[in-house]
Design a protein around this ligand. Sequence first.
Ligand code: MOS
Length: 747
Amino acid sequence: MSTGSQIGRAVDRVDGHAKVTGAARYSAEQRPPGTTHAVLVVSEIAHGRVTDIDTSEALAVDGVLAVLTHHNLPRVAVEPRPIASLAGTTAHGQSFFPMQDERVHYAGQPVAMVVADTLERAEHAAELVGVTYALEPAVTTIEQGRDDAYEPERVFAGLAPGRVERGDVEAGLREADVVMERTCHLAANHHNPIETHAATAVWEDTRLTLYDTTQGPTATRLSVAELLGIAPSDVRVVSEFVGGSFGSKAMIHAHPTLAAMAAQHVRAPVTLSLNREQMFTGAGHREEQEHTLTLGAREDGTLTAIRHHKISPTSPFDDWAEPSIGPTAQLYACPNYEGVFRLVRANTMTPTFMRAPGEGSGVFALETAMDELAYELGVDPIELRLRNHADTDPGTGNPWSSKGLRECYERGAELFGWRLRDPIPGSRRDGNWLVGTGMASAIYPVYTPMSPQRARARVYADGRAVIETGSSDFGTGVGTIMAQVAAQALGVETEAVAVHYGDTELPNTVAAVGSAGSGAVSAAVHTAATALRDQLVGQALADPESPLHGADPAGVAVAEGRMFLRETPETGETYSDLLRRHMMFDADALGAWEPPAQDTGYGMATFGAQFAEVGVDPDLGLVRVRRLTGVFAPGRVLNRKTARSQLMGGMLWGVGQALLEATHMEPQQGRWANASLAEYLLPVNADAPDVEVEMIEVEDRVVNPLGVKGVGEVGQVGVAPAIANAVFHATGRRFHDLPITIESVLA
Ligand code: MOS
């Protein structure tokens, strides 16, 4: 009678068909009648002043409607301030809005915007804008600013403290039998989703509709409204399809507001897209960073002290560093810990979230050092980690809401064949390839929202259902799990549920950031769909004409669109029968999930174990990843297919971090030297190894109603150190810097 669980099923993506057939319309493809096109002109210098802008030639181009510069662009109503939170607030990308005065703070800063009837004419005219600059010296790298580095009070848009301490690190190091200190350098990275950032702005009287590619339609609404000085309710943001993001579309950068300003100026809809080169200076990046990690351990491998210092460049405006010391404070039981950030004021835009911000970098420093420690002590790397397993949250002593890390090590070791490994470096060859294996732990925090998460559920008398939230789906599959969670609670088939999302007119959920999207949205959907089910069951119980009249609500179950008595399933009726009898075409309910208090009294994180096998050709300097195995414990899995894809994508992202991805700053010019997909190297299919992903479901009753901890980022964490550790095993050489390039292997 009752159907299998809708939750956990490997359901195909609800947006898949539209995407692969090209029917999906992205923000820059919206064409309201009379749409015009804006193109940005960006600064070629990293620091100084615009002394003159000659717009005459650009304005003379056929079809050009306007050239906006700091002379004629409206002033913003407030100075933006980045607030990163899951509270549903504004989320400005940096404390700076361009074209408000003549100052230039970073290369790539917008200095003019051309609007024309076609994109081609706007692009052509943009090249004719003549900008004259007065140059000032710029700082753009750690090396240039090291001597002036400072210790910030908070970093990461205020989310993380600048210093974390527990116990006494000096005392811990004195107790240690072995002390290791390692410095590693990580290259700056850029997100580069295939869909570049874009917004189409349409004004109708005083109301603005923005088609914006964003992780948080509400964040766009609030941020743009604040800058324009208009009511948020006068701004509607639609974000139905988003072509990737990886964190670059989490904060709201200048372009949607610029599009709205341009549309107001030319009194016509405006589409503004960043081009690929502008993607390197218009939407944040992962900062260049140097980590110095010190470990103290007893002979048996027990950690006595961890010290983690990081230095990185930030912008002139904000104290930004990704919170790399968080995971090193939390991963192992160690009584003495000190983590400190130092920042260099630099002429770049404010860095931003990038997939596993902090964990991706901090865990590299920690887990490569742990591997060195394992070799130093002659202990198996997994055994060393088990000896330091954190049974409680090391920072607070709180119990974990759920963990599963031991199971991940065990299952991963089994799948990967870890136990067969000869630990001696350089002991395995395959022709000219030196073959090695390595492992690392993965951790990613569980963030819970700070505001109620809302959804609306509806059933129609014809048997269909609809579920709605404002959340956007930037490639994660959140739309698909909406259908599954609603179907489960309503007792209907997933395929009978239509989903509507990506629109601020729909019930509000927070931005899908910090791997928290599926947790927040599933909780809202579960609450709304449960409320609707209870409402319909209640209506049946109260209805003398219903077979369920007067029954105990606790004894009623739902499946296949039918309410029935659990004990005597033949007693019951369908939603459709109930609705039709009451002359109702449909019924709906709004649900609001109130998240737990921010201090739940539990440590909350997702854990995993990563294993890599590499081949290194010492003559050619090549490192090829041959196999990856990742085992994760992400709480409840809502959709085995999309969750696996997310984790696999994260693992491949880790291959890029380990071996390819680097944005190089040209320090004289203060400009990114390889701002294109031709020169910013990413793994392609030919670089992709066999990837094995397994999920271990752990029950979590704390994080949200369904116990969903999220899979968007943890898959990336630990891959780069597993690869670097495998390279050591293959070659006997340690590489402390990322990416591990051909040049560094040959050096
Ligand atoms: Mo994620 S890097 O918080 O969008």
